[in-house]
Design a protein around this ligand. Structure first.
Ligand code: ATP
Length: 253
């Protein structure tokens, strides 16, 4: 098994840089079992990318590598600017109030102000003083998003953040994430999003580009050309192709 670490270059976002993250030949094995196998990926600045793949295909492994949480990968990995992650479980500290969870890890006297601004962005201002265990699932995910946004990331990694939510809350969260992404894009095209999801429709609704991970690499990718807000009718052909790529019969999903 290879033991060398990836070349990890973290540089400030320069005016001319258009790629926020790229990998070349990124590989990861667990106990000799290859999960990522020479994966090449580029995420452009301001782009919203969805990552699909069957269970166990390595989606979270890729996300963890991009987040700098996994030092066991080999190959090249370049990330420009700050990266934030929001996971499926909100992972809030139960002994800290919501506002203090958001401000956690921020330095300086302005940290509370930044946390307040982030809470306002996700519509959670009234719950700033609440304890995490009193929040609903959707509210806790909003807090988790605020905690990710407060660090002003260039790349926001979302690991199935909506999958545990009920259908109505999920729709609200989709709107919120698109809204945040658009707002930050308006600020100068800064925010790129990589969303890991099992849900083909979620990917088609939100992303500029959809990737399918298979055999340790990007096995398929497609741009989603339909204008937002998108209608299911505009997405039928690509939906069928993505389901085929994932090995799912249409009509059984
Ligand atoms: N720390 C680890 N030690 C051993 N095996 C691991 C570790 N992390 C991940 N794996 C294995 O790597 C494979 C890919 O896992 P990963 O979580 O990346 O898949 P995934 O595509 O995100 O799956 P899912 O959609 O089910 O969440 C799985 O077989 C998993 O058991």
């Amino acid at each position: 098994m290879a033991t060398s670490l990836p070349t990890r270059v973290t540089a400030p976002v320069a005016g001319v840089a258009t790629t926020v993250a790229s990998t070349r030949g990124l590989s990861r094995a667990f106990d000799g079992r290859s999960i990522l196998d020479g994966l090449d990926l580029d995420i452009e600045r301001g782009e919203f990318v969805a990552l699909l793949g069957r269970s166990g295909s390595g989606k979270s492994t890729l996300l963890r590598a991009l987040a700098g949480l996994d030092r066991g990968t080999t190959g090249d990995l370049t990330v420009r600017g700050t990266v934030s992650v929001a996971f499926q479980e909100p992972r809030l500290l139960p002994w800290k109030r919501v506002i203090d969870n958001i401000a956690l890890g921020l330095d300086g006297r302005a940290s509370k102000d930044k946390a307040r601004a982030a809470l306002e962005e996700v519509g959670l201002t009234p719950l700033a003083g609440a304890w995490p265990l009193t929040l609903s699932g959707g509210e806790a995910q909003r807090a988790s998003l605020a905690r990710a946004l407060v660090r002003e990331p260039g790349l926001l990694l979302l690991d199935e953040p909506f999958s545990a939510l009920d259908a109505l809350t999920r729709i609200t969260m989709h709107r919120l994430v698109l809204d945040l992404w658009t707002r930050h894009a308006d600020d100068g095209g800064r925010l790129s999003v990589l969303l890991v999801t099992h849900d083909v429709d979620e990917a088609l609704l939100l992303a500029d580009r959809v990737l399918v991970l298979g055999e340790g690499r990007i096995a398929y990718e497609s741009r989603v050309e339909a204008e937002r807000p998108r209608r299911p009718a505009d997405l039928i052909a690509l939906r069928g192709e993505l389901l085929r790529q994932l090995g799912v019969e249409e009509g059984n999903s």
